[in-house]
Write a protein that binds this ligand. Structure first.
Ligand code: FES
Length: 211
């Protein structure tokens, strides 16, 4: 079935188009609008966007498949991005991922059988000081442990994403700590202590000396 944006979103596209000298420059914000409405960028969405901006479907598809934040297949109601880069990993990112996999009954890259959550791994989401963290939809949840994570997931299931975000989400730079959170940083994980207590690698083992 052919895709079309709602009249309200069409008006937003009209406004977005006024910002750029060329229509093609509106491709990213227009894809965003479409994904917010449709949940993912289906072939019908690609055709719609290509026609609206005067581009080939191949050009639109190339952009969709380049950016990990655009989904080219159906996803769950909520998207959980688990940060697995160094700071989060040292403070339990792997435990967070494994706990989510067990709780949701799906591996990273998959969607839970009830369609409520898609679980994805992410590279550093720039909230390293609040590690470990996940992004759910477009909100950050930081300084996590599995108990807090369970409460966050439960809130999404019982109250919805907006209410869950209102209760638990943090934004590293402009929302401050979650309600009731202590301002003291959580203690380091055992893994962080283990890594920090190891002696630095010797000069001989560095890459430059291997030859
Ligand atoms: S390493 Fe996780 S936010 Fe930077």
């Amino acid at each position: 079935m052919a895709f079309a944006l709602t009249p309200d979103r069409e008006k937003q596209v009209d406004e977005i188009l006024t910002r750029y000298p060329e229509r093609r420059a509106a491709l990213l914000p227009m894809l965003w609008l479409c994904q917010r409405q449709h949940g993912w960028i289906s072939p019908e969405v690609i055709e719609y966007v290509a026609e609206r901006l005067g581009l080939s479907t191949a050009a639109v598809k190339g952009v969709v498949t380049f950016y990990t934040m655009f989904f080219d297949e159906p996803v769950g109601e909520n998207i959980i991005w688990v940060c697995r880069t160094l700071s989060c990993d040292l403070r339990g990112g792997k435990v967070i991922q494994e706990h989510l996999e067990q709780k949701l009954g799906c591996s990273a890259g998959q969607t839970s059988s009830d369609g409520k959550f898609t679980l994805l791994k992410a590279e550093c989401l720039a909230a390293c000081g609040q590690a470990p963290m996940v992004q759910i939809n477009d909100r950050y949840y930081e300084n996590l442990d599995v108990e807090l994570l369970d409460r966050i997931i439960e809130a999404h299931l019982t109250k919805g994403a907006e209410a869950a975000a209102e209760e638990f989400a943090t934004h590293a730079t402009f929302r401050g700590p979650r309600k009731g959170a202590s301002s003291a940083p959580p203690p380091p994980s055992k893994e962080a202590v283990r890594v920090a207590s190891q002696p630095p690698p010797s000069a001989r083992s560095s890459k430059g000396d291997e030859s």
